[in-house]
Design a protein around this ligand. Structure first.
Ligand code: PAN
Ligand code: ZN
Length: 184
């Protein structure tokens, strides 16, 4: 007898993952207080402005060893006092856990920082592929005029340590200087 071939429970198309058990979370400007340098510019913007959203599929409980997660982050174009809209950024709570990122749509920069606060960066564009080693904090900025979408996959026991970045930030910022993205 033939075995039935089932329809998939989730479908990933373009920059959208839909289906069972897929969650969406959003980050507005008001959720990102303190991450941009220009506080005055920040206060003059609408706190309800949508900065990014993450669609994720977390098939096992957070902290499970041996599982893997998948997410698609979409960052809207924009800036706060010349500093591009960006993700909060984090080290993993289990600091040695690694991650893949890959560009789907738009243009951006992946900003990386090790525990010695050395910063480097990689361009993101459709098809760009990034291996983020353990012990490296990661943040993405949208440097383009369109939506930037990228996919990510990380271990289910990685966790997120946002506190370190909330307290000390990254050692460099990505600023638009006369239309050029500059890491300063
Ligand atoms: C990503 C990020 C996502 C949003 O899935 O969580 O891009 O960025 P923040 O978490 O810094 O707000 C990832 O790196 N997971 O580990
Ligand atoms: Zn991560």
């Amino acid at each position: 007898m033939d075995t039935i071939i089932n329809e998939p429970k989730r479908v990933f198309r373009d920059d959208h993952l839909g289906g069972e058990g897929v969650d969406k979370s959003i980050r507005k400007l008001k959720d990102l207080r303190g991450i941009f340098k220009d506080e005055r510019a920040f206060e003059n913007m609408d706190p309800e402005t949508l900065v990014y959203e993450v669609i994720s599929y977390l098939p096992v409980k957070e902290g499970t060893q041996g599982g893997v997660y998948f997410g698609v982050t979409s960052i809207f174009p924009g800036s706060v006092g010349g500093e591009y809209f960006m993700t909060k950024g984090h080290f993993h709570a289990m600091i040695d856990r690694t991650e893949f990122y890959w560009g789907i749509k738009g243009e951006g920069v992946l900003i990386l920082m090790d525990e010695q606060r050395r910063v480097w960066a990689e361009k993101m564009f459709p098809g760009s592929f990034h291996y983020i080693p353990g012990r490296v904090a990661h943040r993405v900025a949208n440097t383009g005029k369109e939506l930037l979408s990228f996919a990510a996959s990380w271990p289910s026991d990685a966790g997120h340590n946002y506190e370190e970045i909330a307290r000390n930030g990254f050692a460099k910022r990505l600023i638009d200087i006369n239309g050029v993205a500059s890491l300063i």
